[in-house]
Write a protein that binds this ligand. Structure first.
Ligand code: ADP
Ligand code: MG
Length: 475
């Protein structure tokens, strides 16, 4: 059974983040009631004509550039004809002859190894209405009708479940960062069809297409189930049919939906109601300029700044936090990344808030970091100030005064406190001299207590070690 090689090609549909639909000015939004963002074009009233949304073309161009595609500047659309209640026109407008992007690739990383997945093409199309089935009845919500989509088709370049999942994670990361789509598989703004074949030699086997897979991890399980089924069929001496299947999450098997239509069944032909549109270099450049720094680039930049891997992972996984970090990192990348991914993020998570909901500003962080560096504040004091700033905002210096935050840096004052604490804790001093490091922590804690948390911890630490060296237990 093991001498079969799996081959996988993936088709992904993503809904684009635009204000309005692909060919009408209805809102591209799922807020509000069913059938509230619709007009005569979305409902295909006779005599209506499509009007191109150039905002959607701009977003699709960004996606094509991110996937390293050649851009087709001569833009034409085609009709894909089929009858279904969710498609009132009786055809879908798509790009069959000249997809906006072709011959691209993305790099994925599986177990530390870089691999190229070639992109056959990326094309623009429109979404269908949403069917809602309830008991004997079916309902249609046309809010989704005409929402801009891009379809991204890979070459059959993947050979394991892990590669397929890594590809999808990469696509999501790119599209979310570049504001192309919110890529929520559970809500249907990202949907994928997985083509799988198996073969014992280098020729490609007959593939099936599995649809309606609800999450990236289910894609992995669907590939596993479908390749297992195909191998069993072949081992039984039968052959694989080109067919469309769906994945049953519960039983972890794929189930036949229909024997595959050929391209011809759709009777593709040029869309006569949209003239050829010629994109120019400025359109492409405008899209390129609108692509922000991508995760791979951020990752290596943060590594060079000395930010630790955990912080990098947290920052890149949280787009909003990462944007904030971009604004404060110059004051000190290590300290600011620790503050953001530590106290600040846990406060947000605990209270179910986002950065938009709190009063903390970029200036607060820059101010805190500079006071930390000049020893006006200890890290303990910063920790105490953060919740107040997050909740109430205001000015750092004013809060320091109100909360009585001063830092004692005066060495003779600190030395006096240290002497006093050592005299009162001779046992710990003995422990320290006998090599018990825990004693140092304990003494440190006592000194901080005596100073009401105002001693500069770094200075205390240095002075304490020094004093302990010369401390006379018999005094
Ligand atoms: P269709 O027009 O039926 O959708 P395409 O030729 O556009 O078919 O291919 C759809 C997807 O199937 C692509 O992602 C492609 O890489 C993949 N694919 C094609 N042949 C195979 C195969 N033998 N095994 C696995 N995937 C394949
Ligand atoms: Mg296809």
């Amino acid at each position: 059974m093991n001498n079969y090689k799996k081959t996988i090609g993936i088709e992904v549909h993503c809904e684009l983040k635009t204000a309005t639909k692909m060919f009408s000015d209805s809102l591209n939004s799922y807020d509000g009631k069913e059938n509230s963002h619709i007009n005569a074009i979305d409902l295909a009233y006779p005599g209506t004509l499509p009007l191109i949304n150039f905002g959607a073309v701009h977003v699709a161009l960004k996606a094509a550039l991110l996937l390293n595609c050649d851009i087709n500047k001569e833009m034409v659309f085609d009709r894909k004809n089929y009858f279904y209640p969710d498609l009132p026109k009786g055809y879908q407008i798509t790009q069959a002859r000249k997809p906006i992007g072709t011959n691209g690739y993305v790099m994925i990383n599986v177990d530390g190894e870089e691999k190229k997945v070639r992109i056959h093409d990326i094309h623009i199309e429109e979404d269908t209405a949403k069917s809602i089935h309830s008991g004997e009845k079916s309902y249609l919500d046309f809010n989704r009708s005409g929402v801009p989509l891009i379809e991204i088709v890979t070459e059959p370049d993947m050979h394991t479940e892990e590669e397929a999942m890594a590809y999808l994670h990469k696509l999501r990361e790119l599209f979310i960062y570049a504001d192309i789509s919110d890529c929520k598989m559970e809500e249907g703004s990202m949907r994928c069809d997985v083509n799988v074949s198996v073969s014992k030699d280098d020729t490609l086997g007959v593939r099936t297409e599995t649809k309606n897979i609800g999450s990236i991890s289910s894609v992995g399980r669907a590939i596993k189930a479908e390749s297992k089924r195909q191998i069993e069929v072949l081992e039984n001496g039968e052959s694989i049919r080109e067919e469309t299947r769906r994945f049953d999450e519960k039983d972890e098997v794929t189930i036949l939906m229909r024997v595959k239509e050929t391209g011809n069944d759709y009777r593709y032909f040029p869309e006569p109601n949209i003239p050829t549109i010629y994109l120019d270099d400025e359109d492409v450049e405008a899209a390129r300029k609108d692509i922000p720094k991508m995760p791979d680039e951020l990752r290596s930049e943060y590594q060079n700044l000395g930010v630790n891997e955990n912080n990098i992972k947290t920052l890149i996984g949280n787009r909003e936090l990462c944007n904030f970090f971009e604004k404060v990192k110059q004051s000190d990348p290590v300290i600011t990344s620790n503050l953001l991914t530590g106290d600040i993020l846990s406060y947000l998570n605990k209270n179910n808030l986002t950065l938009k909901d709190i009063k903390l500003t970029v200036d607060h962080i820059i101010d805190l970091v500079s006071k930390l560096k000049t020893n006006e504040l200890s890290s303990k004091q910063v920790k105490n100030l953060l919740p107040v700033l997050m909740e109430k905002g205001g000015n750092v210096k004013t809060w320091m005064d109100t909360m009585g935050m001063v830092q004692i840096n005066d060495e003779s004052a600190l030395k006096a406190m240290i002497e006093q604490v050592l005299k009162e804790n001779k046992e710990s001093v003995t422990d320290y001299k006998n090599g018990h490091d825990r004693a140092l922590k304990y003494l440190m804690g006592q000194i901080m207590k005596v100073s009401k948390g105002q001693a500069n911890p770094a200075t205390v630490n240095r002075l304490l070690v020094d004093t302990l060296e010369h401390f006379d237990l018999n005094k």
